[in-house]
Design a protein around this ligand. Structure first.
Ligand code: HEC
Ligand code: HEC
Ligand code: HEC
Ligand code: HEC
Ligand code: HEC
Ligand code: HEC
Ligand code: HEC
Length: 436
């Protein structure tokens, strides 16, 4: 996915060739003998971006109408508390947020706010690089500090968007004018620590990685790109609607609400609820809705981001990347591709993601999903039931959908390599998972 694989342009403090391959807005080449020269440049950028932000930020991350017919989650609350109340706790809802003490999980406390790449106190190691996370004037900043001999280069950018609910971690984005970039330091839940953003080159301070529309299509409800280039990072900032909302999966809600408020005696005699309910889609279209974001991201875009409507065939929007059909199913984000290969799915015409998941509620623990398996299977039919007995009834998942390490989320930080594991959705017998 873009987050982990984007081609990098680096500001490489590690080399004498100090490369600057990016086009804008930092077209300047840094003369070797100069330090702090770009700080002034930065500040100019940042001030303008602060002013713009204040005029446009959507307070509290709540949605407001940005596209015709879209009303935001608050509008559904009065009539759908059963879905809307628990939904506020889900990873979907929290997957992007405006920055705040509560939304940023990484620590800004003295002593916990430094990501040390090369320790500046060790005089023999050159160059030295660290990142400092700082709160200034109510804003949250990442500051890169590089020292080489007597030179000291710093660069500071403000966290403007938080991505990731924090199950595994969070990555932060910043605005430079209308252009959106990823910040070099991310938060890693395992160990509650700051790390180099996944895919970034250890020992560099890279502020130049573009954030494209697809990134936000998977992690937010809406933003208006200002170019049709799928790789653009230029957006109408004020149009951002953070979090995945009800209308991402149900379509625009204004007509539905108008209809329900009028009561069932609709003058046009319409019987439809004027809102999409995926339960009425064919199975393929149900799966397509989740596949928009859970298909590994290795898809070639045929239409612009944010144009997909639930219920439509996804293959009109994306073509399969031939490099991805090879038989190396990465477990990262590819729940759809893996489930489709499972014999449960192949042999059960109505099985979908909703057979196990209720997306309106927080995830349950893996073992609790065993009740879903038992809606189709009997534990007595499992090959190990004879030897292990009825206790297997409470945890089908760890043996048949084990956690597997993914190579798609990897951070190289200060000479350590951090991996993570993801629950595979290829349901089958895993040799070696029989002796627990
Ligand atoms: C004024 C009350 C009201 C509001 C506000 C409202 N709904 Fe509904 N909604 C209803 C009622 C009543 C039904 C059940 C009757 C029906 O299906 O027409 C319903 C049904 C639904 C269904 C099932 C439709 C079907 O065809 O099975 C979905 C999905 C839905 N609403 C989503 C939403 C979303 C999303 C929002 C916010 C954008 C929303 N509703 C706002 C009253 C409301
Ligand atoms: C990630 C996609 C997704 C999101 C986000 C989402 N829903 Fe749903 N919703 C579904 C699916 C899928 C179903 C059908 C579930 C099933 O198969 O039983 C559904 C069903 C419903 C229904 C019909 C329930 C019934 O029993 O008939 C309502 C009402 C509803 N959703 C409201 C909401 C509201 C309100 C929100 C936001 C707070 C929301 N949904 C967010 C995917 C979503
Ligand atoms: C618009 C993109 C999008 C769509 C559509 C979508 N998801 Fe997700 N989903 C995500 C993202 C992004 C995450 C990771 C959220 C995070 O932790 O920041 C996620 C996480 C999840 C999780 C893990 C939740 C957790 O708490 O760890 C489940 C389960 C899930 N999605 C199921 C579904 C199902 C089922 C559907 C289809 C009904 C669906 N999703 C549709 C983007 C999407
Ligand atoms: C194709 C959809 C897709 C794209 C594009 C995408 N992501 Fe994700 N992202 C996901 C899903 C789905 C997950 C949940 C983990 C999983 O299932 O692999 C996730 C996980 C994450 C997480 C960890 C969330 C958590 O709570 O642990 C972060 C942070 C993240 N993505 C940031 C980004 C950023 C930043 C970009 C763009 C630069 C991006 N992603 C692009 C779908 C996507
Ligand atoms: C919608 C019904 C359904 C659900 C839910 C379901 N399965 Fe299946 N599963 C099947 C069918 C049908 C088959 C193929 C016939 C058979 O082997 O019984 C199958 C096959 C299997 C197999 C044999 C796989 C192989 O490659 O030979 C395993 C193991 C399995 N399921 C485990 C599970 C587990 C564990 C769960 C819960 C996480 C689960 N199933 C959920 C219907 C289901
Ligand atoms: C047979 C049951 C079953 C089906 C069907 C199923 N899942 Fe899952 N899913 C699980 C279980 C069990 C977990 C682990 C939950 C946990 O660890 O708390 C899980 C976890 C996830 C996660 C979080 C993965 C992680 O490691 O963080 C995502 C995302 C997800 N499912 C998406 C989907 C999507 C999309 C579909 C449809 C293509 C789907 N699931 C179908 C059982 C299922
Ligand atoms: C301790 C690990 C473990 C647990 C727990 C477990 N299984 Fe199994 N399961 C296995 C192994 C190993 C096999 C293959 C046994 C063999 O071939 O002799 C198997 C085989 C199966 C099969 C395929 C049977 C066949 O011959 O086609 C199904 C279906 C199945 N398990 C379902 C389940 C369900 C449902 C649960 C939860 C109630 C469950 N298993 C719990 C390890 C486990």
């Amino acid at each position: 996915m873009a987050f982990f694989s984007v081609n990098t342009t680096l500001i490489n403090f590690d080399s004498h060739r100090r490369t600057m391959q990016l086009k804008r807005p930092w077209r300047v080449k840094w003369p070797l003998g100069l330090c702090l020269c770009f700080l002034a440049l930065d500040l100019a950028d940042r001030n303008s971006s602060i002013a713009y932000e204040q005029a446009n930020t959507v307070a509290g991350g709540e949605t407001r109408a940005k596209r015709p017919g879209y009303v935001g989650d608050d509008a559904c609350m009065p009539c759908h508390k059963e879905q809307a109340l628990p939904y506020g706790q889900t990873s979907h809802h929290l997957t992007s947020q405006p920055p705040s003490q509560a939304s940023i999980l990484g620590s800004f406390k003295e002593g916990e706010n430094i990501l040390m790449i090369e320790n500046p106190r060790s005089t023999d190691l050159e160059p030295r690089l660290f990142f400092k996370m700082d709160i200034q004037h109510g804003g949250y900043y990442q500051i890169a500090v590089a020292e080489k001999g007597s030179q000291r280069l710093t660069r500071s950018e403000r966290i403007d968007i938080v991505t990731g609910s924090g199950v595994r971690g969070q990555t932060y984005l910043y605005w430079a004018g209308n252009e959106l970039y990823e910040l070099p330091a991310s938060y890693w839940s395992d160990g509650n620590q700051w790390i180099n953003s996944p895919g970034y080159i250890d020992g560099t301070a890279n502020f130049a990685r573009h954030v494209d529309p697809r990134c936000l299509e998977c992690h937010a409800t809406y933003i208006k790109p200002l170019s049709s280039d799928p790789q653009t990072n230029v957006f109408d900032k004020g149009s951002l609607v953070t979090g995945i909302s009800c209308e991402t999966c149900h379509g625009a809600g204004a007509n539905h609400i108008a209809r329900e408020k009028r009561g069932s005696a609709a003058p046009d005699g319409a019987t439809s609820s004027a809102i999409l309910n995926p339960v009425r889609f064919t199975r393929d279209r149900q799966i397509d809705l989740c596949a928009l974001c859970h298909n590994g991201g290795q898809l070639v875009e045929l239409k612009p981001a944010f144009t997909y409507l639930p219920g439509e065939p996804l293959d009109q929007y994306f073509a399969v990347d031939p490099a991805d059909i090879a038989d190396r199913p990465d477990v990262h984000g590819n729940q759809v591709g893996l489930l489709k290969k499972s014999s449960c799915y192949l042999s059960s015409p109505s099985m979908s993601c909703s057979t196990c998941h209720n997306v309106h509620r927080r995830e349950r623990t893996a073992a609790e999903y065993s009740d879903r398996c038992l809606s189709c299977h009997r534990w007595q039919n499992c090959g190990v039931s004879q030897t292990l007995g009825s206790k297997i009834a409470h945890n089908c998942v760890d043996c048949h959908m084990p956690m597997q390490e993914t190579s798609a989320i990897v951070s190289k930080t200060a000479n350590r390599i951090l991996h993570t594991s993801i629950r595979t959705h290829l349901i089958k017998v895993y040799p070696g998972e029989g002796r627990r």
